[in-house]
Design a protein around this ligand. Sequence first.
Ligand SMILES: [Zn+2]
Length: 168
Amino acid sequence: MIMEDLFGGAVSDRTGPRPRRESGYMNVDIKQRFKDLGYRLSRWLSTRYGTDRMSRDLLIAGLILSIVSRLLRARLLYSLAMVMLIVSVLRTYAPSASWEKRQRELQIYTGLYRKAKNAFKLAKLTLTDRQHKYLMCPSCGKLMRIPRGQGDIVVSCPGCGHQTRTRS
Ligand SMILES: [Zn+2]
């Protein structure tokens, strides 16, 4: 019996078992292929920058933002989330020629992260401790505490030595 298939070509009705390849041979072949693929993949990965704190944070923030922006139907935020995810992936798989750039990015990111964290801490301490004045070193971002009521004073940062004039 001859049937027309969906694409218009004639196919014969099956009249018996399909011709099979030797299954033992196939298994070995597939295993070897996966082994080769795994080897090539791990060799390729070893030439990549890999993940760091910046890429990890971008990935987590991007995922959260993509969900939130979907719920809020905020397209611009969603685009931002996609950019964050793409940057995270590109940084992780960056070739060795650009590792120096990635490390500089990481340094800048770590500095900004610490400053932002300290800014929150500073606001909290300023609100809760009225006996002291808290300030952040404008040079290195270190948090400093000075007693109130000393008038105008110059504070030296214990971390980097930067001097700041402030009213206590
Ligand atoms: Zn400092």
